[in-house]
Design a protein around this ligand. Structure first.
Ligand code: ADP
Ligand code: MG
Length: 289
């Protein structure tokens, strides 16, 4: 590509809310045949809200401990929990530990507490009563994220958190699949929720319960199959995968770290800018030859 064509392309991108940091990404975008998308904050709004809670025993719910733990966590889900528990008090918990892609642990008095996904409960040998599991399954089928809260080895509560799918995400998914590009959604969320999300968005492939490193490994796997891969994400947990991909795209409303690593940023976090960027790449490269 001639420098002039690139400059025009980068300028057009900027006019359309697509920031392109380097010429190479603009040239490569037209070759992309696989796109890996993070779920939370990328396909969804990233503004989760608690929509339901089942406490096992309302008298000893330990809302104070749950609120105090989530106050220390930086996860968007944690923010939703804190907001939901606005009336609860905060207490001084000890040994708070955040567990990437799973949740958090802490102590209060002589008791250990965990909050997070089902896997974290299994790892901590938490006993889950059948009625709570049934409730969790029902929520999962409607694409809600399910999180658990437990004291020592007993579940205290299960919560449903909902994060709206952006209309623009559904449009973008349709357009990109029509262009013959393979799309994959990766999420740390559970299988049931991921499956329901894939149905609602029309995205054909997905992987659930993936950790940040798994996201990067997945990108590598696609590259080994000979694919030119774009990674799209908004979080710190996407940064390794972003750095691995051929074309890296961050959401403008996401974390600064994702934007630092990525070579492109979609300012308004609107996924329909991706097919637009690919078209721009085609135009840019076509004007050179
Ligand atoms: P995603 O890839 O969808 O952005 P993450 O990998 O960040 O999700 O988190 C995966 C899962 O871990 C969440 O769906 C949730 O069940 C659990 N989790 C992580 N952090 C927390 C937290 N602070 N409180 C409750 N649950 C959490
Ligand atoms: Mg995310």
């Amino acid at each position: 590509a001639t420098p002039t064509a690139i400059m025009v392309g980068v300028g057009k991108g900027a006019e359309n809310g697509i920031l392109i940091k380097d010429a190479e990404s603009l040239e490569l975008a037209k070759k992309v045949n696989a796109i890996v998308l993070d779920k939370t904050g990328t396909i969804t709004e990233g503004r989760p809200q608690v929509t339901g809670v089942r406490w096992i025993n309302d008298d000893d719910a330990r809302k104070d401990v749950l609120k105090s733990m989530e106050k220390q966590s930086e996860h968007p889900l944690a923010e939703a929990v804190v907001q939901y528990l606005s009336d609860a008090e905060t207490v001084s918990i000890t040994a708070f530990e955040s567990i990437t892609g799973k949740g958090a642990k802490a102590w209060y008095g002589d008791d250990a507490y965990v909050v997070g996904n089902r896997k974290l409960m299994e790892e901590n040998s938490i006993v889950i009563p059948e009625n709570l599991q049934d409730q969790a399954d029902e929520w999962g089928r409607t694409s809600k994220t399910v999180i658990w809260f437990a004291q020592n080895h007993n579940a205290l509560a299960v919560m449903a958190i909902s994060d709206q799918i952006k209309d623009s995400s559904v449009q973008a998914i349709q357009q990109l699949q029509k262009m013959g590009i393979d799309l994959y959604m990766l999420t740390g969320d559970n299988e049931a929720t991921a499956k329901a999300m894939s149905k609602q968005t029309g995205i054909r492939h997905y992987r659930a319960e993936v950790l940040p490193q798994d996201k990067a490994d997945f990108v590598l796997e696609l590259q080994r199959q000979g694919k030119t891969v774009a990674m799209v994400g908004d979080g710190i947990n996407d940064s390794t995968a972003l750095a691995t991909a051929d074309v890296s795209i961050a959401m403008g409303k996401g974390s600064d770290i994702a934007m630092d690593v990525a070579k492109m940023t979609i300012i308004a976090s609107d996924l329909t800018k991706i097919p637009q960027a690919i078209r721009l790449s085609k135009q840019t490269v076509a004007t050179i030859k």
